[in-house]
Ligand binder design. Structure first.
Ligand code: NAD
Length: 537
C-alpha cells in the first residue's frame, strides 16, 4: 500500500498516454515490490510475438497500471508481416498436431495446467495489475484457465461421435469430429488470460493449433501467459501449436480476413464483433462471437431480499463493472422497489472505503481500465440525468491518480431509455420498477444483447416461466444467483447482438471441430437412399 501511495504522490498531476514514453520513464518492473513480474520472465522491453521464437518488429507499446497511471513495462508489438508468418507456422504445426492421439494432446494440456499452477500467484497479480481487477479476481481468472485445462484433459478421452441407424440394409452411418486447423483467438482487455485459456485448452485438445492476439492494453498478460505455454511445448519438443502476435486493429483485421485461419474466436464489443463476423462469413470461415451484454437482475415480490442484495452488489460492482456479465439493470417488483433501493445504497456506502489500488488486500473496488472507461462513465451519467434519472448513489470521478469512479446507482429512468439500452463498461446500474414478472421479462428481453440474466424468486411458477420458452432470451438464465461469475462446466455465451457463440464447457468443444457424416456400405451391393433406382444394364 505504501508503494502505491508513493506512486500516487509521484504521479499527481501527470497525464498518461498508452504510447511508449521517453527513456527517462521509470517502470514498475524495476521496483522490488513488483518482483513478481520478473518471476514471469518479463523485462522492461518485451517482444510481443511468439512463433517458436520471440520477436516483435512493430510499434512499442507501454502497459500502464490503471491504479496509479504508472508505466509497468513495454511490449514490441507484431507487424502484419509477422502475423502472416505466425499463421504459416501455425498451419504447419497443425499438420503434425492433428496426428497426435487426442489423449496425448490432453496430456500436453494437463502439463499447461500444471505449469499455470506454479505461476498462479504472480500471473494472477499481473492480471490484476494490468487490467485493474482486484487481487482475488486476478487469481480467480488464472484459476479458470487451470480448471479448463483439467476439463480438457478429461474431454480428450471422452469426446466422441456417434453411430446412427441407416435406412439401408447393411449400411452404417457414423458421425466423427475432426479438428478444423488453425484457430485464431482475439481477446478483450477485461479477461486477458481466461478467454485465451478457454479457447486454447479446448482447441488444442480437439487437434487444432492456436494463434492469439490479445488486447493492445494488456500485452504483458499475453506475453507472460504465452511464455508459460511455450515452456511446455519446448519441453515436449513440439512445434509452435500456440503462437502469439500482439498488435492493434491492423493485426486483428489481417487475422480475421486470412483464409488460413479456419475459426476466429472473437471476444470484444458488439460493434467490432459484427464487423469480424461479416468478414469471416464473407470468406466462409467459422466464427465464435462473444460480445457485449446488457444483463438484467429481476427481483420478484417473493425474492429473498438479502440474497438478492448481495447478488446485486457483486453483480454490479465486481471488476468495477467491467465484466461482459456485469449486472447493468435491476428490475424490481414495485412492492419492493423503494426498500430495495434504500438497502442497496446503504451497501454501496460501505464500499466507499474499499475503493483502492487493485493489489491492496483491503480493496473491493479497483480502478476502471482507462480514461476511455472514465469518459463513457461520465457521458452515461450526464445522459441519464438529462433523461430524468436520479443518481441515488455515486456519480463522481475520484480526484486521484489512476482511473477511479464511484460505483453508481441510477433510478427513475424509463425501461427503454437509450442509456439503459447501452452497455457502458463502468460500474453503473439502472434500477427499474416493474409491475409484474411478465413485464420484467419483456424488459429483460427488449435490449439488443442477450448474454446473461437472473431472477430472484421463491415462486416456482415464476421460476419455470423464466427458464421456459416465454422466459429470458439470454444464453445465461440464472435463478437466485448473480448474472456474473459463470463456471467453466457450462457453455458460456449469449444470443442476439452478443453473437451466439458458446465457449468453455458442455458441448462447446464441437465448435472447434468439423463434423464428418460417414456412410459405410457393408452389404456388397449398391443401393441408393430413399429407394431411388438409378442404373443401366
Ligand atoms: P474491443 O472490441 O475494443 O476489442 C477486442 C479485441 O478486438 C482487441 O484485441 C482489439 O485489438 C481487437 N480489435 C479491434 N478492432 C478490430 C478489428 N477491426 N478486427 C479485429 N480485431 C479487432 O473490446 P474491449 O474494449 O477490449 O472489451 C470490452 C468488450 O468486450 C465489452 O463489450 C464486453 O462486454 C466484451 N466482452 C465479451 C465477453 C463475452 O464472453 N461475451 C467477454 C469479455 C468481454
Amino acid at each position: 500500500m505504501i508503494a502505491h501511495l508513493r506512486h500516487l504522490t509521484r504521479l499527481a498531476g501527470r497525464g498518461h498516454s498508452r504510447l511508449a514514453s521517453s527513456a527517462s520513464t521509470s517502470y514498475l518492473i524495476d521496483q522490488p515490490e513488483y518482483g513478481f513480474l520478473k518471476e514471469l520472465g518479463l523485462e522492461i522491453n518485451n517482444p510481443g510475438v511468439y512463433s517458436g521464437q520471440w520477436q516483435g518488429r512493430g510499434p512499442t507499446i507501454t502497459s500502464y497500471d490503471p491504479g496509479t497511471g504508472q508505466a509497468i513495462a513495454t511490449v514490441r508489438q507484431g507487424t502484419v508481416q509477422e502475423l502472416q508468418q505466425a499463421i504459416g507456422l501455425g498451419v504447419e504445426a497443425y499438420k503434425q498436431w492433428r496426428q497426435v492421439p487426442a489423449p496425448v494432446r490432453g496430456e500436453i494440456v494437463r502439463q499447461i495446467g500444471d505449469e499455470l499452477r506454479k505461476y498462479k500467484e504472480p500471473l494472477g497479480k499481473l492480471v490484476s495489475l494490468e487490467v485493474g481487477k482486484i487481487y482475488s479476481e486476478g487469481q480467480g481468472e488464472v484459476q479458470e484457465f487451470i480448471d479448463i485445462c483439467d476439463y480438457a484433459v478429461g474431454l480428450s478421452r471422452i469426446y466422441s461421435g456417434q453411430l446412427i441407424n441407416s435406412e439401408r440394409a447393411d449400411h452404417t452411418i457414423l458421425e466423427a469430429w475432426r479438428p478444423l486447423g488453425l484457430v485464431g483467438v482475439i481477446s478483450a482487455y477485461n479477461f486477458p488470460n481466461a478467454v485465451f485459456g478457454w479457447n486454447a485448452a479446448i482447441a488444442l485438445t480437439t487437434g487444432n493449433s492456436v494463434l492469439w492476439k490479445g488486447a493492445p492494453s494488456t500485452p504483458l498478460v499475453s506475453v507472460a501467459t504465452t511464455k508459460i505455454v511455450a515452456e511446455v511445448l519446448r519441453r515436449n519438443n513440439l512445434p509452435p501449436v500456440v503462437t502469439l502476435c500482439q498488435g492493434g486493429t491492423d493485426v486483428g483485421q489481417s487475422l480475421v480476413s486470412d483464409k488460413r485461419v479456419n475459426l476466429v474466436s472473437f471476444t470484444g464489443s458488439c460493434k467490432t464483433g459484427q464487423d469480424v463476423g461479416v468478414e469471416v462469413q464473407r470468406r466462409f470461415g467459422k466464427v465464435i462471437l462473444e460480445l457485449g451484454g446488457n444483463n438484467a437482475l429481476i427481483i420478484d415480490s417473493s425474492a429473498n431480499l438479502k440474497m438478492a442484495l448481495d447478488a446485486a452488489l457483486f453483480g454490479c460492482i465486481g471488476t468495477s463493472g467491467q465484466r461482459c456479465t456485469t449486472t447493468r439493470r435491476i428490475i424490481v417488483h414495485e412492492q419492493l422497489h423503494d426498500q430495495f433501493v434504500t438497502s442497496l445504497v446503504a451497501k454501496y456506502k460501505q464500499l466507499i472505503p474499499k475503493i483502492g489500488h487493485q493489489l491492496d488486500g483491503q480493496t473491493l473496488v479497483g480502478p476502471v481500465h482507462t480514461q476511455q472507461n472514465v469518459d463513457s462513465y461520465k457521458t452515461a451519467i450526464e445522459e441519464a440525468k438529462a433523461l430524468g434519472g436520479t443518481v441515488a448513489f455515486g456519480g463522481k470521478v475520484l480526484e486521484r491518480s489512476g482511473y477511479y469512479v464511484e460505483p453508481t446507482v441510477i433510478t427513475g429512468l424509463p425501461h427503454d431509455a437509450s442509456v439503459v439500452h447501452r452497455e457502458t463498461f463502468a460500474p453503473i446500474v439502472y434500477v427499474l420498477k416493474a409491475k409484474s414478472v411478465d413485464e420484467a421479462i419483456s424488459w429483460n428481453n427488449e435490449v439488443e444483447q442477450g448474454l446473461s440474466s437472473a431472477i430472484f424468486t421463491e415462486n416456482i411458477s415464476q421460476a419455470f416461466k423464466w427458464i421456459g420458452a416465454r422466459g429470458s432470451d439470454c444464453g445465461i438464465v440464472n435463478i437466485n444467483t448473480t448474472t456474473n461469475g459463470a463456471e467453466i462446466g457450462g457453455a458460456f455465451g449469449g444470443e442476439k447482438a452478443t453473437g451466439g457463440g458458446r465457449e468453455s464447457g458442455s458441448d462447446a468443444w464441437k465448435q472447434y471441430c468439423k463434423r464428418a457424416t460417414i456412410t459405410v456400405n457393408h452389404s456388397g451391393e449398391l443401393a441408393c437412399a430413399q429407394g431411388v433406382v438409378f442404373n443401366v444394364e
